[in-house]
Structure formats: C-alpha cells, structure tokens
Design a protein around this ligand. Sequence first.
Ligand SMILES: NC(=O)c1ccc[n+]([C@@H]2O[C@H](COP(=O)([O-])OP(=O)(O)OC[C@H]3O[C@@H](n4cnc5c(N)ncnc54)[C@H](OP(=O)(O)O)[C@@H]3O)[C@@H](O)[C@H]2O)c1
Length: 214
Amino acid sequence: MKIGILGSGTVAQTLGAGFIKHGHEVMLGSRAPAKLAEWQAANPRGRVGSFAEAADFAELAVLAVKGTVAAAALKSAGPQRLAGKAVIDATNPIADAAPVQGVLQFFTGPNDSLLEQLQREFPAIRFVKAFNSVGSAFMIDPAMQDGPPTMFICGDDEPARQAVRAIVESVGWGVADMGAAVAARAIEPLCMLWCIPGLLRGEWAHAFRLVKPA
Ligand SMILES: NC(=O)c1ccc[n+]([C@@H]2O[C@H](COP(=O)([O-])OP(=O)(O)OC[C@H]3O[C@@H](n4cnc5c(N)ncnc54)[C@H](OP(=O)(O)O)[C@@H]3O)[C@@H](O)[C@H]2O)c1
C-alpha cells in the first residue's frame, strides 16, 4: 500500500521506517522536506515531499503532527487530496501548558476529542484514531511480555477501521475496535495515562493490553 505520512517528527519517522520494513511504499510530508534528509538516507526506499505531495501519494494517510496544528497541517495538505481516504490519526490534543504532577494537559474537554473536531471540520476524510497512546519506540513490532499489546482504535467509517486494523495488526499489535469517532474521548486520554510513569519517574517502556477472563 502507498502510505503518505503528514509529519516529520519521531512518530512520522518511526512509522515510515516501520511501514517500509513491512513492505509498504511510504512518503513523509513536511513544510520543510530537507529536514528529512537523514531519514531518507537511512530509508532509501522512502520518499519525502510537502504535506500536499504526501497527501496525493497516499492511498492511506497518517496524521502525525503536533495536536495544536493538526487542522492547519490538513489545510496545508489540501483536504480534497485526502477526501475518501482512510487517515490514521496518531495525534493527541496536548496543550502547550506544562503537565501537572506528571499529568499532561489537554486542550479538549471530556465530552469532545481532537479526532471528533477533525472529523467535523473535514467530513470527507475517514479518520481512524490509532498509535496515539504508546511511545514511538514501541509502535512497530513491540516485543512485550505475554505477547502483543492492544491498540485501541475508533472512527466513524467501518471500512476505514478495517483497513487500519489490518495495518496495525501487521506491525505486531492486537486491535480493540472501540467503534465510532466519539470513542476518541476515551482513547486520547490513554496518552495521558501512558505518559505518567515517564513524566514522574522516567519510565517510558510499557504499553496497554486489554485482558479478558480465561
Ligand atoms: N512522540 C511520541 O512518542 C508520540 C506517541 C504517540 C502519539 N504522539 C503524537 O503524535 C504527534 C506527532 O508527534 P511527534 O513527537 O512525532 O512530533 P511533534 O513534535 O509533536 O510534531 C512535529 C510535526 O508537527 C508539524 N508542525 C509543527 N508546527 C506546525 C504548523 N504550524 N503547521 C503545520 N505543521 C506543523 C511539523 O511539521 P514540519 O515537518 O513542517 O516542521 C512536524 O511534522 C503528536 O500529536 C503527538 O502527541 C507522539
């Protein structure tokens, strides 16, 4: 599959390299593609371009930019280039204010989410939340005790969720499909929970797993 990733940070670079390793074609998009020269040298089969070029390239896209600028990055890409496509939304609505005793501050309230805001603003794009509640070091082929961890996903479009499920499973995760976009109100704060041990004690090596009775 051709995967276009809007972003140049750790998440974009990690997912890009990981998807290439798993046989996909990847283009990373940035306002300043030159900053990705090192990534491209390390991933010669990968491509880099502008946000618009990555969106055009994508059969499936990934949004991996700072949460406060998620809508701006989509506008800069040209939302019509992503119309009808599944877009993995890896962003979190982290506010610029400092964490409080290890707890990140969000710019969304409890009865809203960044995914829903984006879905409302760009109704033709089929957003699916995924990869937001684990550190980049564990996004691809996580080797955890007792087997694969759980990636919680959600989004309004079921075929898009199915497509994302297949990709997420192919890079070493179990998937728990939480249904419609509104479930992002619960999935996005998992990022807060995931970060607490890191911000309090420097412990960043963990992931969530949904366990069920034997
Ligand atoms: N870091 C993690 O381990 C992790 C884990 C899970 C989820 N996340 C989430 O994933 C997202 C990406 O995280 P990250 O750490 O890789 O990168 P980041 O530092 O949060 O974001 C970097 C990206 O934001 C873009 N950006 C910044 N200002 C912009 C603006 N004004 N307009 C358009 N784009 C702008 C940059 O674009 P340019 O390339 O043009 O500079 C760059 O691609 C975040 O929402 C984060 O919360 C992160």
